[in-house]
Write a protein that binds this ligand. Sequence first.
Ligand SMILES: O=C(O)CCC(=O)C(=O)O
Ligand SMILES: [Fe+2]
Length: 350
Amino acid sequence: EYAVRDPFHIGYRVPVQLADGQHVEVETLSNFSTGLPVFYVQDLLSEEECSAIRSAAPRPAMMKSLVAREYQRVTKKRAARHFRDVDVDRDQSLDGDELAQFFKEAADLVDFTWDFLSAYLPKATAAAGDRRQVSQKEFISTDWVKFFRAAKKHHPDWFARHSYQTFVEYSDHAFLQPVLDKVAAVTGLSKSLVRRTAESMQVLLYPEGGHYSCHHDTAPDNPDFPRFLTLFFFLNDVDGGETVFFGTDLNGTYPEDRFAAGEDVWGPIESKCQSVRSCPGFDGSSPFASSLVVKPRAGSAVFWYNMAVTNEGHVGRFYWSSIHGGCPSKGEKWAANIWLHAAHRAGQEL
Ligand SMILES: O=C(O)CCC(=O)C(=O)O
Ligand SMILES: [Fe+2]
C-alpha cells in the first residue's frame, strides 16, 4: 500500500491520468544513485487552484504565525542558562563557534558578522580574529532581545527562516479534495491512503528576500511528525526562490557511503548549507554546486521521500540526504506543503 514510486533513471517520465481526464507527466529529477529520489510534475494545479489555495490562507493568518518568536524570551535569567548550555569547554567564555550555537538555539540565527555584534559586545569585538571571546559577564548583561530584533530587521537573511505560514484544513475547503486526489495520482498511492495520512496543508508566503535554510522535514528516530513524503507546490511564478536538495549530487560522483552514513557525516554537511550563500548564484565554488535545484513555476509540484516506509506504513530508515531548503526569492513566493505521515511504531494503526 505504501509502495514508493520507482525513480528509474534521471529524466524518466511516466504519464499519469488525473481524475478530470487531464494528463500530466511525473519526471524523475534525482534517484538513489544521486542521493535521493525526487520527482517533478509540471502544471499539476490549475491557475484557479493556485489562487484558491492562496486565498484559503489570508494574510492576517499568515502574519500571526510569526508573532511569538523564541528570541523574545531570552531574558537575563535565561541568558545565564543559555551561557551554561553552550559553553561546552567550560572556560567561562564563548568563542565564535559557541556563540553561533547560542544564536542557532535561541533564535534560529545561522549567520552573523562580528562587525554587527560590536554594538552589543564591545569588549569581545575589541579583540581581533580568533582571539575574540565573550565573557560570561558581558554575555549576561547584553540585551539579547534587542540584538535579535535588530538582526531580524537589518539582516533577515541571517535567520534560518524568513517566511509566513499557516495551516489550511482540507475539510474546510471542498476544492482541496481533488487536490489530494492529484497527490495520490502522481505519487502512485491510493486516494484513501493520502486522505488518511495527510497533515493539514501548510501554505507558505515568502516576502521579497525570504528563504528557508537547509533542513529536514522530519527527524531521525521516533519523529513527532513522521512525514515520509513531502509534496511541495509552487503557487506562483517568481525569480529566485529555488528549492535546493543539498543532499544530492547530480554529477554522478555521489559517494556511495554517504547515503548510508549518519549524523557524523551529515551534521557537517548540514552546517555548510545553513547560510543563504550556499544557494545558486552566491558562490560558484559552493560544495553544493551540483545539487539538484528546482525553479518555482506556478502550478508545478516537486515530491520526495524523507524516510523509508514499510509496506504496513511504519517508519523506516531516515534519509539524511532529504536535506533541502528554499533560496532567497526575488519577490513574493507562494508555496504549499502536503506531508504524508507514516505510523510511528509497529502496532500503531493509521
Ligand atoms: O520554499 C522552499 O522551496 C522549500 C520549503 C520547505 O522546505 C518547507 O517548507 O519545508
Ligand atoms: Fe522542507
